[in-house]
Design a protein around this ligand. Structure first.
Ligand code: XMP
Ligand code: MG
Length: 191
């Protein structure tokens, strides 16, 4: 029985087509990211700030910060661009003005990067607020041709995934399915 090819649990079969990332593969990848981030930020530790982008990053961030062995501060802000399984094309940022990032080294934690529009908007906003450095850590990078111009490099990528709509481990379809401990391909029409 291969732990990397798991059947979709009965309860989720009507929503999820197949399992893309299992709980155990997520756990070991997050541990690797934690080690890498701990090494890279060791020197910057007193001014190290992690900003989670709500809502999608909440589970990833919770797991990630617990495997980073450095002092850090956690803040959350909100970004929204999707409605259902489609991008609206406009990024709405919220609560960024309350973040205390001036003079800090900021690591932004995202659920998934698709076109990169959200990333670009966040990066510009954090620079405006006087962050010393801004790096990105995304749980998933989607393989897509629809890339935006001038998107900042993502320094830490958990997994690269095909251009399908995915749910679970924080990722939703209209706020549902975030609680799945694995990542699945959403069953349902994209349009
Ligand atoms: P952009 O295009 O700005 O999109 O890089 C990033 C944001 O879009 C959402 N998104 C998804 N959410 N499953 C989701 O649950 C997906 O497959 C997906 N693709 C994009 C997400 O909010 C992300 O921050
Ligand atoms: Mg979403």
């Amino acid at each position: 029985n291969d732990r990397h090819t798991t059947a979709v649990p009965e309860a989720w079969r009507s929503d999820v087509e197949s399992v893309l990332l299992t709980e155990s593969s997520i756990r070991s990848r997050v541990a690797e990211l934690g080690k890498q981030i701990s090494a890279d930020y060791a020197r910057l530790a007193p001014d190290f700030v992690v900003v989670g982008i709500l809502t999608g990053s909440f589970i990833f961030l919770a797991d990630l910060v617990r495997v980073v062995s450095l002092p850090l501060r956690v803040y959350f802000a909100r970004a929204k661009s999707y409605s259902g399984t489609r991008s609206t094309g406009t990024v709405h940022l919220q609560d960024f003005e309350r973040l205390q990032v001036r003079g800090k080294h900021v690591l932004v934690v995202e659920d998934i990067v698709d076109t990169g529009k959200t990333l670009k908007a966040i990066s510009e906003e954090l620079s405006r607020q006087g962050a010393l450095s801004v790096e990105f850590c995304t749980f998933i990078a989607k393989q897509t041709e629809r890339k935006e111009e001038g998107v900042p490099q993502v320094r830490y990528v958990g997994f690269v995934c095909p251009d399908r709509f995915v749910v679970g481990y924080g990722l939703d379809c209209d706020e549902r399915l975030r609680q799945l401990p694995f990542v699945g391909i959403y069953r349902g029409p994209r349009e």
